[in-house]
Design a protein around this ligand. Sequence first.
Ligand code: HPA
Length: 273
Amino acid sequence: MSTILQQLQETKTYIQSRVSGQAAIGIILGSGLGNLASEIVSEFEIPYEQIPHFPVSTVEGHKGRLIFGTLEGVKVWVMSGRFHFYEGYTPQQVSYPVRVMRALGVETLLLSNAAGGVNSNFKVGDLMIINDHISLFTINPLLGKNEEALGTRFPDMSEPYAKSLIAKVKNIAAANDIKVHEGVYLGVTGPTFETRAEYKLILAVGGDAVGMSTVQETIVAVHGGMKVFAISVITDLGIREEDNIITHQEVLEAATAAEPKLTLLFKELVKQL
Ligand code: HPA
C-alpha cells in the first residue's frame, strides 16, 4: 500500500475507534469563524494533536479540534481550525483532513474563510459565495505521483463549487434577508497580505476576493469526488483609497462580526442536504 493510503487507513482506524457514527457532510471553518462549532451538538471531539498523521494548527483564532455531532439534527464532521500552506505545511498536509473526511464517508464539503475583497462592490462584513477559484498563485496539492484509488490524474475543474449548492444557499440568503455576493476566490500562499500592486493584479486577472486557504482543500475534495460549497467573509478591502494597513486582528474581528449570517446559511443548508 502507498504511504498516503496507509496513513489514511491509520487515521481512519483511529478516528473510528473513538467515534461511532457516520456523516455525509464535512465542514471546515475559517479564521475567526469557529463559532459555528458551538452550535453543534457534539458527540465526540478529538484535538488534532491526538489524531495520527494530522498536522497541528498553530494560528491564533484556530481551535484545532475534529468534532463529530449534529447541526440542526444532521450528522456532520467539523474541523474547527484548518491548516495553511503559510504555516509551513505542504499542500498535501493542508488538504490531508479533506482526504480523511472522504475516507470517513463525507460526500459534501462546506468551507468558510476570511478573505480580502478586491471587487469594488464589496464591503467589510459582506459574504461572497465562491463560484470559482484561481489556484495559479499557490501550489497544487495534487503534484506528485497520483494515487488512482483517491482520484484521477487529471481532474476536471469546470465546476469545483457545486451549482446546486450555490443555488440552495442563494435561496436561503434571500429568504433570510442576507446579502450575498458571488465571485471568484483567488488563492495565494500568504502570509503577507497583498501589496497595492498585487491587489490590482488580482482584480485584473479575474479575482473578486483573495485568501490564503480553501483552494487546496477544494482541489483535493473535487479530486476525491466530493461536492463543495465555499463562502468567504470579506474581512478587509484590498483596494481602497485610504491607508491600506491590514492586521490579522482586524481580519479576525470582521470575521467574528459577520459570523452569525454565515452560521445561519450553513445551518439551513445542512437541513436541505
Ligand atoms: N489577503 C489575503 N488573505 C486574506 C486577506 C487578504 O486581504 N484577508 C483575509 N485573508
